[in-house]
Design a binder for this molecule. Structure first.
Ligand code: HPA
Length: 247
């Protein structure tokens, strides 16, 4: 069974054999690890040269995972919290999202496909991630609002956004949408690296990096265990999202 991991800034821990996958959107480097009954394809989201979130070639990334035969993806993201009670360094597993980006977010430019996003994340992969993450501490769930970046948000933006979402980040979308269009089960595990703008004195990229570094070990354990537990046969229906969305 083939599973994928998409790592964010600072997460390059799953190195394996490097393979280059050609897609209609460009070539993508994946790292391949053979773990017996699991074949893992690891994709550092930002690529080798670390392009910023708004420049990531999301369509190429998901197309490469699809071409590699990946059936389920665990994504790793770093986010700012808009809730005082969500502790820095804790895990957050989104159950929904709001997309405030203006990125290319579909594979379907030539036919009308309207995928159902009532449940954007695979319920099976999500549940496994929650169970594994809880072994390492407190886990929060909720809505992830995706901003375009690369700048961080203003205080006024956060004051608005916190009425509708719990955390803010720049990388979940369009990845989650494209995975769904591609029929790949997808769920995300986020690390809360800071409080959002206005909730702490200033935002410091060094702090975001440091929190991430501190939690990387636990994160790695959660992801590895979760990958072992994803069942080969899943009755979630993620696979058929595009079929069902065709006009
Ligand atoms: N805003 C947007 N993206 C982020 C943040 C934030 O506060 N923290 C980590 N990624």
């Amino acid at each position: 069974m083939k599973v994928g991991v998409i790592g964010g800034t600072g997460f390059y821990e799953m190195r394996g054999d490097e393979i280059e996958v050609e897609t209609p959107y460009g070539a993508v480097i994946l790292f391949y690890l053979d773990e017996g009954d699991r074949e893992i394809f690891f994709l550092p989201r930002h690529g080798k040269k670390h392009v910023p979130a708004h420049m990531v070639n999301y369509r190429a990334n998901i197309a490469a995972m699809k071409k590699a035969g990946v059936g389920a993806i665990v994504a790793i993201n770093t986010v700012g919290s808009m809730r005082r009670e969500f502790e820095i360094g804790s895990f957050f597993i989104p159950d929904d999202f709001i997309d405030f980006t203006c990125r290319k977010s579909t594979f379907f430019d030539k036919e009308a496909v309207h995928i159902d996003m009532s449940q954007p994340f695979c319920p099976i992969v999500r549940k496994i991630l929650i169970e594994e993450a809880m072994k390492k501490g407190k886990v929060n769930e909720g809505v992830y609002v995706v901003t375009e970046g690369p700048r961080l948000e203003t205080k006024a933006e956060i004051n608005m956004l916190k009425n509708f979402a719990h955390v803010v980040g720049m990388t979940l979308s369009p990845e989650v949408i494209l995975a769904r269009e591609a029929g790949i089960c997808y769920a995300s595990i986020c690390i809360i690296s800071n409080y959002a703008a206005g909730m702490q004195e200033k935002l410091d990229v060094e702090e975001i990096r440091r929190v991430y570094e501190e939690r990387k070990g636990d994160l790695m354990d959660v992801v590895k265990e979760a990958l072992k537990k994803i069942p080969e046969n899943r009755n979630c229906g993620c696979k058929y999202a595009a079929e069902r969305g065709k006009l």
